[in-house]
Design a protein around this ligand. Structure first.
Ligand code: B16
Ligand code: MG
Length: 218
């Protein structure tokens, strides 16, 4: 029986994925590396360091550690400038009522995000109080598709993986959930998330019981 829901942050609860894209694109452009939406798709859910490593590899560049650190700091500084203006209005449609419904139904709620900015962001958009457990990039260093971020989330909720459903928008994140032995609802387009048990375009007009019934998990 499903007792816990684990949510990715960027692209599932808030539309910060576009700000990660803009910041990486700005950095890639400064380094003379072509970077578009196709490349960005491969960075969703991937840690800051591994994202930088992938971009440098695409540009056939290697940099010494202090320069790597410099670019990671700069990318994060740009990202934080972009998200600075965010407010509770920018929570994705239907998210707040879905979380409220889940709580009212007694489900435990966890966050499984690769981001080191997850907690301040949740507080900024006023979603923090919905969460019983938070696993972010400070807690787990392995990047999705490694399942650690969701396994740790289940553990903090004192649940088994098979008692949890993950909500993910990234290919790497869906793979992480499946490798962790969890059901996964993909957020986005079916053809981009073929490993997900079900794909929905967003939380608007969705309820936990409706979604779980559709997966024969009630
Ligand atoms: P930060 P998620 C991920 O968050 C993003 O999808 C990914 O683009 C980003 O590089 C990663 O967090 C690290 O974020 O630089 O803020 O630590 O989708 O797992 O919630
Ligand atoms: Mg995401």
């Amino acid at each position: 029986m499903i007792r816990g829901l684990l949510f990715d942050l960027d692209g599932v609860l808030v539309d910060t994925a576009k700000y990660h894209f803009l910041a990486w694109q700005r950095m890639a452009s400064a380094l003379g590396i072509p970077f578009g939406h196709k490349e960005n798709e491969q960075l969703k859910g991937v840690s800051r360091r591994e994202s930088l490593e992938r971009i440098l590899a695409w540009g056939k560049l290697t940099l010494p550690e202090p320069e790597m650190q410099h670019w990671m700091d700069l990318k994060n500084q740009w990202y934080l400038e972009y998200v600075e203006h965010m407010d509770p209005q920018e929570v994705l449609p239907g998210v707040r009522s879905f979380l409220a419904d889940a709580r009212a139904q007694g489900y435990l709620i966890g966050l499984g995000s690769a981001s080191k900015n997850a907690i301040p962001l949740l507080k900024k958009v006023d979603l923090f109080s919905y969460f019983d457990a938070i696993v972010d990039g400070h807690v787990v260093t392995e990047s999705k598709p490694h399942p650690a971020v969701f396994l740790e989330g289940a553990k903090l909720l004192a649940l088994l993986p098979e008692q949890c459903v993950v909500f993910e928008d990234a290919v790497a994140g869906v793979e992480a959930a499946k490798r962790g032995g969890m059901r996964c609802i993909g957020m986005g387009r079916q053809e981009e998330l073929p490993l997900a048990d079900k794909v929905i375009s967003g939380f608007e007009n969705q309820t936990v019981s409706g979604l779980l019934a559709g997966l024969s998990l009630l």
